[in-house]
Design a protein around this ligand. Structure first.
Ligand SMILES: [Fe+2]
Length: 367
């Protein structure tokens, strides 16, 4: 039986190699998350019942390999076997969508001038956006959400040494890889000043600056999504907003907070957004998450403050109305977020079960 692992499939997609990805899951699973560009046929029940006609009505372009995908890589084996019996080169995705959670791709953010390169490293299987910023021979990583080796390999490719690793806040929807990346690379770990984490870090405060090559990164403390949330302004023109501000929404203020704290954070978020919106309208905004699978298109997920002012109506409201509106629109909490927060506060990775712990779509934004 031919199977394919996540790393191989993501490389094929990144290289633009022709492949048909066939998602055979029930529709309610597909709408939660999917592989960009995949085709869908809800053949799950028919395949489980060993119906030989389960994929009979699907037309496949000839000579292109097919990768079948289900939730965990079992029913997709049946699908791949069926296709192979028809002479189609078919592979089943090992571990299914659960394993795909760790798939990623990269886009370079065009920044005028060539003194600094900004790479958006996108965890397409989960929606986490991290950044590798290089200038001269050094680089920093912000919000590492993938295996540290991904960032180390990218930095090596560009001739950079990762000198600093930063997070925008204590994450609740995924395990931060920043602590581990800093240990492996010998980089200094910077976190927004707070008393939540129990491992050593260098605190970063409002207005602190870091030099990368000849450019400056300035910390802007923006409490709201969490009390320590911090945005980073690069070279006065690129704003890394974490989960505070998104192209079509704002951060949720409720995770790991009691009722009074939620109200306080919603009010803080309003104040923080006013600070960000006072920056020049052409400022490029790079968020910490996206709520849909990231295409293998090298197209960065970015916006400008001017566009966000048009897109996100709630930021024009008065403080009172803003608070009322976002508190009324809080989405369901991410699964397992309390355990994820605990791991992130301890700077640990679970010995096993990472994919189960991080399962589920990202839900950090209110739009
Ligand atoms: Fe978050």
């Amino acid at each position: 039986m031919k199977t394919i692992d996540v790393e191989t499939l993501r490389t094929w997609l990144e290289e633009g190699r022709p492949v048909t990805v066939l998602d055979i899951r029930p529709m309610h699973e597909r709408v939660e998350w999917s592989i960009p560009g995949s085709m869908h046929i809800d053949a799950y029940d028919a395949l489980k019942a060993n119906d030989p006609k389960a994929l009979a009505n699907v037309g496949f372009p000839g000579d292109i390999p097919v990768v079948t995908v289900c939730a965990a890589g079992k029913t997709s084996l049946i699908a791949a076997e069926l296709l192979q019996a028809w002479g189609i080169e078919a592979f089943s995705l090992d571990g299914g969508m659960k394993a795909w959670s760790l798939a990623w791709n990269v886009a370079e953010v065009p920044v005028t001038g060539d003194t600094v390169h900004v790479l958006q490293v996108r965890r397409t299987g989960k929606g986490c956006l991290s950044y590798l910023i290089g200038a001269g021979e050094e680089a920093i990583v912000i919000d590492a959400a993938l295996d540290p080796q991904v960032y180390l390999d990218l930095a090596y490719h560009y001739g950079w040494q990762i000198e600093r690793v930063l997070d925008t806040h204590i994450h609740a929807d995924h395990l931060s890889r920043s602590h581990h990346l800093a240990q492996l690379s010998g980089a200094t770990l910077f976190l927004p000043e707070q008393t939540r984490v129990s491992f050593p870090f260098t605190p970063i405060r409002d207005g602190d600056t870091l030099e990368i090559g000849t450019v400056l990164l300035t910390a802007l403390r923006t409490p709201g999504h969490t009390s320590e949330s911090t945005c980073y302004l690069l070279d006065r023109r690129v704003l890394l907003t974490g989960d505070t501000l998104f192209p079509t929404g704002v951060g949720r203020p409720d995770l790991a907070a009691d009722a009074d704290e939620v109200i306080r954070r919603a009010s803080d978020l309003y104040t923080s957004l006013q600070t960000l919106l006072a920056l020049p309208p052409q400022t490029i905004v790079l968020p910490g998450h996206t709520s849909t699978p990231v295409a293998f298109d090298s197209d960065p997920i970015a916006s400008t403050l001017a566009d966000i002012l048009e897109q996100v109506g709630v930021i024009h409201a008065t403080r009172e109305v803003f608070m009322q509106q976002i508190l009324a629109r809080i989405p369901p909490t991410p699964p397992n977020y309390e355990r994820i927060v605990r791991f992130n506060e301890e700077g640990l990775m679970p010995e096993s079960g990472v994919m189960d712990l991080e399962a589920g779509a990202n839900r950090c934004a209110i739009s």
